[in-house]
Design a protein around this ligand. Structure first.
Ligand code: NAD
Ligand code: 89Y
Length: 343
C-alpha cells in the first residue's frame, strides 16, 4: 500500500482529540470524515482539525464510504454495533479499549472483521509508551537474564472523573478502564497468563465502581507478577499517568521508577537513565506520556497495513487481555483464582 490511508473517525469526544492530533502527524494518513451523534462535539472537532465531511449518524457515514479505516473512539456501549458496521463496509478497524462489554461480544467482533480479511487493532496504547517500551526492549534483550518476578503498578489520586464523567457511573471502574492497560503491559512483558487472583475495593464514595484492584498473575512463562492499580492513592509526587515497573531476573533486576527513571542492575553494577517521553507540540503534561503513545500506536497501525502484518494489539491478541479483565472481576467476586482461558 503506497497511497494515503484514508480514515473516518467515529466519536469526537474527550480522547479522540489526541487521536486526531496524532493522525495529523502521521505521513501518508488523512482523516477524511468524522462522526459524532453530538452535533456540538462534531462541529468543534471538525472546525479544529479542518474536516469538512461530518456525520451525526454512523450508518450514513458508512453508506457514503470513501475511506479505508474506521477509527472508533466512542465509549464501549457502541463498539459492537460500530465494529459490525465497519466489517459490513469491508474497511480496516481501530477500536478503543475496552473493546467490548462482554468476552462473547469481543469474540464475535474479532470473528466479524477476520471474515473480511481486514485488519483490526485495539487502541491498547499503554504498552507503546516510550518508557514502557524501553523496559520491554531491555527485558527482551536479556539485560537481566530470565525474569521470574514482576510488578506493574499504577497508583494515583488524579481526578479522572472531570474529563471522563462516565467513569464514575459504571458498576465497573478501574480494572475495566485502566487495569486493562496495566494487565496488557504485564502480558507484553511476561506473556499470557494461566491464573489470576484479584481483590477489589471502592474507596471513593462518590463513584459506583471499584477504584482499587490488586491482582496476582501466574504467566505461562513461569513468571509471577503483581498488577496493582488505584485511583484512591493520595501521595506526593502524584505520578499520573505513569506505570511503575520492577522486574527480578536470573542475572539482575530492573526498575522503572517515578519520574521516568530506568535502572538496570547486574553483576554488582547499576546503570540508570532518564526515559522521559518527549512533549509533542500538541501534548500537555501530565498526559504527554499517553499522548505520545497514541501517536506511536497509530504509526504502528499504518506500518502494519503497509507491511501486511498484524498489529501487536490485534483484535485476536486483545482477547487475551480482555479475558484477564473478566477473570479478575470473577476472581474478586468469588474469592478464588481463575484461569482466563476457561472463560
Ligand atoms: P467521550 O464520552 O468523551 O466521547 C465519546 C464520544 O462518542 C461522544 O462525543 C459521543 O457523543 C460519541 N458517540 C457515542 N456513541 C456514538 C455513536 N453510536 N455514533 C457516533 N458518536 C457516538 O468518551 P472518551 O473519554 O473520549 O472515551 C472514548 C473511548 O476512549 C472510551 O472507550 C475510553 O475508554 C477510551 N479512552 C482511552 C484512553 C487510552 O489511553 N487508550 C484514554 C481515555 C479514554
Ligand atoms: O480512560 C483511561 C485510559 O484509558 O487511560 C487513562 C484514562 O484516561 C483514565 O483512567
Amino acid at each position: 500500500m503506497t497511497q494515503t490511508v484514508k480514515i473516518a473517525l467515529i466519536g469526537a469526544g474527550f480522547f479522540a482529540r489526541n487521536q486526531l492530533f496524532a493522525w495529523a502527524g502521521i505521513e501518508g494518513a488523512e482523516v477524511v470524515a468524522i462522526c459524532d451523534r453530538d452535533p456540538a462535539r462534531l462541529a468543534a472537532a471538525g472546525e479544529e482539525f479542518g474536516i469538512a465531511r461530518r456525520y451525526t449518524d454512523a450508518a450514513r457515514l458508512f453508506a457514503d464510504g470513501g475511506f479505508d479505516v474506521a477509527d472508533i473512539a466512542t465509549t464501549v456501549a457502541s463498539h459492537r454495533m460500530l465494529v459490525g458496521m465497519a466489517a459490513a463496509a469491508d474497511v480496516h478497524v481501530i477500536c478503543q479499549k475496552p473493546f467490548a462489554q462482554t468476552l462473547a461480544d469481543a469474540k464475535a467482533m474479532v470473528a466479524a472483521v477476520q471474515a473480511t480479511g481486514k485488519t483490526l487493532m485495539i487502541h491498547e496504547n499503554f504498552r507503546w509508551q516510550s518508557a514502557v517500551r524501553q523496559v520491554i526492549d531491555a527485558l527482551r534483550s536479556g539485560a537481566i537474564g530470565a525474569p521470574f518476578f514482576g510488578r506493574v503498578s499504577f497508583r494515583s489520586g488524579y481526578d479522572v472523573f472531570s474529563g471522563q464523567p462516565y467513569l464514575a457511573e459504571g458498576e465497573r471502574f478501574i480494572i475495566e478502564d485502566l487495569g486493562i492497560h496495566i494487565l496488557d503491559i504485564a502480558r507484553a512483558l511476561f506473556g499470557d497468563v494461566t491464573r489470576i487472583a484479584a481483590t477489589t475495593r471502592r474507596v471513593n464514595p462518590k463513584i459506583k465502581g471499584e477504584d482499587v484492584a490488586t491482582m496476582q498473575l501466574l504467566h505461562k512463562s513461569g513468571v509471577t507478577s503483581v498488577v496493582d492499580c488505584s485511583y484512591a492513592t493520595k501521595r506526593s509526587p502524584e505520578t499520573f499517568p505513569e506505570s511503575l515497573i520492577e522486574i527480578d531476573g536470573t542475572e539482575g533486576s530492573l526498575r522503572l521508577d517515578a519520574g521516568y527513571r530506568l535502572t538496570i542492575q547486574r553483576n554488582g553494577g547499576s546503570e540508570s537513565r532518564d526515559v522521559s517521553p518527549p512533549l509533542l507540540p500538541w501534548a500537555e503534561r501530565p498526559w504527554h506520556n499517553i499522548q505520545e503513545s497514541v501517536q506511536i500506536i497509530q504509526q504502528h497501525f499504518v506500518d502494519c497495513l503497509r507491511d501486511g502484518r498484524q498489529p501487536e494489539t490485534s483484535g485476536a491478541d486483545n482477547l487475551q487481555t480482555f479475558a484477564l479483565v473478566e477473570a479478575a472481576y470473577l476472581s474478586a467476586a468469588e474469592g478464588r483464582s481463575v484461569d482466563p482461558g476457561s472463560l
